[in-house]
Design a protein around this ligand. Structure first.
Ligand SMILES: [Mg+2]
Length: 275
């Protein structure tokens, strides 16, 4: 049985246009936690931002979700926002690697922005650096992809990855992405990769689906074609439902034995959204 579930947040379990939909997962979070399964998120957001979104839809943070948070594309924290026990040094080492990477990738990002502006592609947000790596936000996913492809031709060495999350282009040193963080957390928890389930929707989630990690994989109905192909290639589950409804479908597939219990919880606390 799966012991650890790491989910991307935006457009995997959370729809910023219909945030309350995430409440359909409340019954599942309760049943999974009761069954001893660790369920958490692996996001590019900060812990405070995740907590804000969850509380804004009337869900109590850590009651029962999340058991852990992987934030800023790879920092491993408890739900209280402190380093996971035993992984503080790991987070610091990653931070140092990211800092170096941000410095080395800055000229590439400036080149990308100059090229985008020449092509008439507007920025939605300027270049930002932090524990999430270096990123820049364009107006549409299509334009972000055009700029990313242009930047790929100038990548300063094989030790960096340039990925896209919707309309954000993200630069990270190899080994610093979400997939590596899930792997490090699973190892710290002594959960084998085969008992770890990862769920995502976008290109920056592909790092969690790499065969080298050996996780069980799933995606939602709105997952990008590349993501669906990666999951199918790993014999994972591609849900039909979108975002939170898709995640519920993934849980039904992987935790069939808990489905009845979840229905009961849903009726008791009204977790099943109506609108
Ligand atoms: Mg996402």
């Amino acid at each position: 049985m799966i012991k650890l579930v790491a989910m991307d947040f935006d457009l995997t379990m959370f729809d910023y246009k219909r945030p309350a939909d995430t409440r359909v997962l409340l019954g599942w979070f309760e049943a999974l936690t009761k069954a001893g399964v660790m369920v958490g998120t692996a996001s590019g957001r900060t812990a405070a931002s995740l907590r804000h979104e969850i509380e804004a839809i009337g869900m109590a943070w850590n009651r029962p979700f999340p058991s852990f948070t992987i934030v800023e594309e790879g920092v491993i924290l408890t739900h209280e926002g402190v380093a996971w026990p035993g992984l503080a040094t790991r987070n610091e080492d990653r931070g140092a690697q990211i800092y170096e990477g941000n410095l080395r990738l800055r000229p590439l990002f400036e080149l990308g922005v100059d090229w985008a502006l020449k092509e008439g592609i507007p920025l939605e947000r300027r270049i930002e650096t932090g524990a999430h790596g270096i990123n820049v936000v364009f107006n549409t996913p299509e334009n972000a992809e055009r700029v990313r492809r242009r930047m790929m031709t100038e990548l300063p060495g094989e030790e960096f990855n340039l990925v896209r999350n919707h309309h954000i282009v993200i630069g990270l040193p190899v080994g610093c992405a979400k997939g590596d963080a899930v792997s490090d957390l699973a190892q710290a928890l002594k959960v084998p990769a085969i008992q770890t389930l990862v769920i995502g929707d976008n290109l920056n989630d592909l790092c969690m689906f790499e065969a080298a990690h050996g996780f069980q994989t799933a995606t939602v109905g709105n997952g990008l074609p590349e993501v669906k192909a990666a999951v199918a290639g790993r014999a994972g589950y591609v849900a039909r439902g979108e975002i939170a409804f898709g995640v519920a479908e993934v849980f039904e597939r992987y935790f069939e034995e808990l489905a009845q219990e979840v229905k009961g919880i849903g009726l008791e606390n009204g977790a099943v959204a109506t609108g």
